[in-house]
Design a binder for this molecule. Structure first.
Ligand code: MRU
Length: 317
């Protein structure tokens, strides 16, 4: 998709041409910088008023991934440090590049950290897509798997298709094949069967937002996988950069969950799969309470219970 102006970037995020929490943050930062370049104003006050409209447009693009709001906040703050409009425009481009670079470094680092948890011969179940396409970098959940392979470990992946938009089937399997990592695609409802059969050594997923108490908001279906993993004594890992932790929300229940068009459930790529007019629900994310999570993997290290205390420690650096 070609983007001519910031409206195109907002649309790309809304329509999920760019998706995945870190990638949304990076795309928004570049989109805001792009929007700022187009502001024609003589005075600072007018510049800031138009700039605020751009920030508002991005803040309504998707509600759940905190990386979006973090990027918007950083762009707002940095713009205020410019002394002239020309300087502000330049500072914004540099800040977008910095946000992108930080995400690249964070995902590489957390992948190295997380790979230590993966043993040779592991079969790993992952949900949705948390690879380079979702991160504008190396990947988070898939990054950990890639890094384990780079360390010489044999790994197999079971990827859930991830209804309704099939990020697992369309993107995760594609990315893993690019890396020559063996992958088996399953429907979401097959996960419990394979766990019960003892075929899964661990589950790794990404996150859209991690609350201060360690609750994880991620793609719809994550909670069910976490409950199944606990029932079957399988470790459940969440791999996410520090930029995904939101200390302003005390628990996952306070995170806004995106409700998407029910048509994504009643149709698959435009083809109807249900009787016309049938009611459908489409929450895009769910909350996994922290007590289902064995470990959170970040670029600053691995975190275990008590999450509230340990996350704070990690944030301090
Ligand atoms: O709706 P999506 O495709 O943007 O959801 C993506 C996910 O839920 C990912 O697991 C999450 O953003 C982590 S990406 C590294």
């Amino acid at each position: 998709m070609n983007v001519a102006n910031y409206h195109d970037v907002v649309l790309a995020i809304k329509e999920m041409r760019v998706r995945g929490a870190p990638a949304i943050g990076v795309a928004a930062a570049y989109g805001i910088a792009l929007g700022a370049q187009g502001i024609k104003s003589r005075g600072k006050a007018e510049f800031f008023s138009q700039f605020e409209q751009i920030l508002q447009a991005f803040s309504t693009s998707r509600p759940t991934a905190v990386n979006l709001f973090r990027a918007i906040g950083r762009m707002r703050k940095i713009a205020a440090t410019g002394s002239t409009i020309t300087e502000m425009k330049e500072i914004l481009i540099n800040e977008a590049k910095r946000i992108h670079q930080e995400e690249i470094e964070a995902s590489r680092r957390l992948s190295q950290v997380g790979a230590e948890l993966i043993k040779d011969g592991f079969t790993i179940l992952t949900h949705c897509n948390a690879g380079p396409l979702a991160t504008a970098g190396y990947g988070t959940a898939l990054g950990v798997i890639k890094a384990a392979k780079e360390q010489g470990k044999g790994v197999n992946v079971i990827a859930t298709e991830t209804r309704p938009l099939l990020q697992g089937a369309r993107l995760t399997t594609w990315e893993l094949r690019q890396e020559n990592i063996p992958v088996t695609l399953v429907t979401d409802s097959m996960a419990g069967y394979f766990m019960h059969q003892g075929k899964i050594d661990c589950v790794i997923v990404g996150a859209d937002r991690i609350a201060a108490n360690g609750d994880v908001v991620n793609k719809i279906g994550t909670y069910a996988l976490a409950v199944l993993a606990k029932e079957n004594n399988i470790p459940f890992y969440v791999a996410a950069p520090n930029s995904t932790i939101d200390f302003s929300v005390s628990s996952g229940d306070r995170v806004p969950i995106e409700e998407r068009n029910p048509r994504e459930v009643t149709h698959i790529q435009g083809i109807p799969i249900a009787p016309e007019g049938v009611k459908a629900a489409n929450p895009a994310f769910d909350v996994t309470p922290h007590n289902y999570i064995s470990t959170i993997i970040t670029e600053r290290g691995i975190i275990k219970e008590p999450y509230e205390k340990e996350l704070k420690k990690i944030a301090r650096g």
